[in-house]
Design a protein. Sequence first.
Length: 418
Amino acid sequence: MKILFLSDDFPPESYGGAGIVASSLAGKLSSKGHEVIVLTATQDITKVEDSLHGGIRIIRLYSKYDVRFRNYLGAFNPFIVFRAAKIMRDLKPDVIHAHNIHYYFSFSILRFAKKYSRAVFFTTHDSHAVSLNKVYPIKGRTDYKISIWREMKYAGLRFNPLRRILIRHFLRYADRIFSVSESLKLNLEANGIDNIEVVHNGVDASEWHEHAEAKPKTTYGTELGQDDLTDKKVVLFSGRLSGGKGAMSMIDAMGLVIKKIPNAYLLVLGKKGEYTDKMQKHIEGTGMVGRVGFTGWITGDLIRKAYQACDILAVPSLYLDPFPTVNLEAMAMGKPVVGTCFGGTPEAVKDGENGYIVDPFDSHRFSDRLIELLSDDRLRESMGQKGRVSVEKSFSLDFQVDKTVGLYHKYLKINGRE
């Protein structure tokens, strides 16, 4: 089967989960004998390319515009969509599978995808199809319905009244919309989008298991740019560093943890920049200097070493975080998770079984759960093992690929093209 992936970003030019998830899926599909081509965008004209990487053809098109026009060009971007359409016409793929397309390619590309392929799918990794901003809880509860007034308040003079209408129109060209979590599906349905199937992200469980049995965590401090971790109780915080991911709340919770467990240590994985500067100031203000370490953006074996070095993963997202892949990575490594109650985390992390689910706005409750796990080696081991089993049964990359390919075949048959 010839499969064309569409994605605004794709590794190595990707710092978000969607591009990385798309890359893992593309790699596994290729390893199973499918011809996979990736059409993606770059904001650096020197990185425009059409070349092979690991058996996958990657075509990068140049696309850059002033972010002030995102609310318009995210629905229809004439500066790239016609160039992309010509490539789709020439490739004649069996399936076109779009991932994040809300920034550069725009949702309008789905109309051309329908024209130049036999079946079209769109995976929504976030709420951008229905909201300009992240979906934050109101009075402690997720309000899935996004009011037009809420959008106008956020966008101000940049508000595009036709954006939602256009996006819903273009999404009708997809034979099926895949949502990465039930929580995200509810968010989309509450705002007028249907025809949705939940396909959870997966990870290569066997690959992570190999590293789980590797060297003890104490050997990894230097490799991760940290001091000796031998006598530390390490809490890992990983992802795109931002307020929505709960970075400041994480520091506040760790401040409480350290009062009970003086050798507790927060290891932060994420791209260094303006927000890490804010975090550093908050750390200084809470007296936690020397208790927090930043690795910067790391990939490959170093990420696995970071999981090996930690005792617990913390995911304190303050918004509807669709389905953080870090949960699955930690679980595959046999590490328990203390995660947010908002978004898709509770679909993977079962409270009291392979971790704990907590309201991240409650720093005391969050810290209590961290303290409980850091203080009990047997509990951590038990929960970690249950998490590993859960990944093998329900969240493996093979499971994700099999379900995805099954849906490809189903809709090719429905369309009378198989």
